[in-house]
Design a protein around this ligand. Structure first.
Ligand SMILES: [Zn+2]
Length: 202
């Protein structure tokens, strides 16, 4: 879905497509959790209702800050990356949908390294824009850095739960590095495109 022009890869079509892929894969992982996990692992619930808006706001703010980091490196026309990072950072919680609807489910079925790899792989295959892949990685890690409590790192392969706490700082650092790298990649690719030189990606 590469597009020629001054700002290759930063079309709104690619941005919206990346959101669809991310949400779609998260919902598939949610369904896989429901189908594959043993009853003993179907213990996911929702946080107290009054804390949900604050938590979503925290996620959105961290995503926005990371996206603005990409934009600062690339320039003002990189603002769609800030939009994408903000939306994706919040969107991972779509995997709580069954619990909100009153069904038993696994804890955070898409808050999984397997999900991150799957979402990045599908984005890489279909969009073929490294900056967007880096935003996907950054947004996933940003969400994990803000969350607390249990997650299943290898869902839906196994549903062993571990505490997020010891890994949050690592996720935060990874989120920052990938957000900055996204800005760098987009900048390099745009310069190469303008000068007629080789692009970083096909
Ligand atoms: Zn979450």
């Amino acid at each position: 879905m590469s597009e020629k022009g001054d700002f290759p890869g930063l079309s709104w079509r690619n941005i919206l497509y990346a959101i669809l892929v991310y949400v779609g894969v998260a919902l598939i992982f949610t369904a896989l959790g429901l189908l594959l996990a043993p009853q003993t692992a179907q213990v996911g619930g929702t946080r107290p209702e009054e804390t949900i808006p604050g938590h979503l706001a925290e996620l959105a703010v961290f995503g926005l800050l990371l996206g603005l980091g990409s934009t600062v490196i690339y320039g003002i026309k990189g603002l769609p990356l800030a939009f994408l990072t903000t939306v994706l950072t919040v969107a991972l919680d779509i995997d709580h949908l069954p619990a909100y609807l009153g069904y038993a489910e696994t804890i955070r079925p898409a808050h999984s390294l397997v999900f991150a790899i799957a979402a990045m792989a599908i984005t890489a295959i279909t969009i073929k824009e490294l900056d967007i892949e880096l935003v996907v990685a950054s947004s996933f890690m940003a969400h994990m850095a803000v969350d607390t409590g249990l997650f299943a790192p290898f869902s839906p392969i196994t549903f062993g739960y571990v505490e997020l706490g010891p890994y949050r700082l690592l996720f935060a650092a990874g989120a920052v590095v990938c957000a900055l790298a996204a800005g760098v990649v987009l900048r390099i690719r745009t310069v190469a495109n303008r000068s007629g030189g080789p692009s970083l990606v096909a």
